[in-house]
Design a binder for this molecule. Structure first.
Ligand SMILES: [Fe+2]
Length: 188
């Protein structure tokens, strides 16, 4: 399965523009994190394209399973079984606690997923509602306000330090910059 095939799966399962945007943001973050680890020769599993596919597909069945959240990730992993590596399946299932997060790819989507949500929320409260002028510092400030974007699980984001060995401020920087590069796709 290549990126184009993954996009077809997204189009088939997800109708809401917000889910599409979330998946594109997660893809951008995953590719940026792949590049970060690749530079240090630390990538343990998966190609750059596979890391991106994990981002694209991790929540692809979110709408399809919204009546039964226990099934979240089951629909999409069933659909792509045999077409992607087991590591991709495990990373997607792992972000919903349905598989052990053994690889960097699995740990990366777990931490980045929630951060993309916090970044979108931080952009939307700006007067211009744009990502362009948003700084990592202001995202970090928002991170420390528990009442801001409560849905973005801070503990989960913090696993960037324990699981990925990336300091939080650096992690925010990497993910924020990756999203700025596709701001037009995100409508931000
Ligand atoms: Fe997600």
């Amino acid at each position: 399965m290549n990126r184009q095939d993954a996009i077809k799966v997204v189009d088939e399962l997800a109708k809401s523009p917000n889910i599409h945007k979330h998946l594109l943001a997660a893809e951008a973050a995953m590719v940026a994190l792949y590049d970060y680890f690749e530079k240090q020769d630390k990538v343990d599993q998966g190609s750059r394209e596979e890391w991106g596919i994990v981002g694209l597909l991790h929540d692809a069945d979110y709408e399809a399973t919204d009546k039964d959240l226990d099934r979240h990730t089951d629909v999409v992993t069933e659909k792509i079984k045999g077409k992607v590596s087991q590591e991709v399946i495990d990373a997607i299932a792992g972000h919903a606690d349905k598989a052990e997060r053994r690889t960097l790819m699995a740990k990366a989507i777990y931490a980045a997923d929630e951060l993309t949500g916090l970044i979108v929320a931080a952009a939307l409260v700006r007067p211009d509602k744009e990502l362009e002028g948003l700084t990592a510092d202001s995202v970090l400030k928002r991170f420390k306000e528990p009442s801001f974007a409560k849905g973005a699980n801070r503990e989960q984001i913090k696993t960037c330090e324990s699981e990925l060995e990336i300091e939080l401020s650096n992690f925010v920087d990497i993910v924020l910059n990756s999203m700025k590069k596709i701001n037009w796709k995100l409508g931000l």
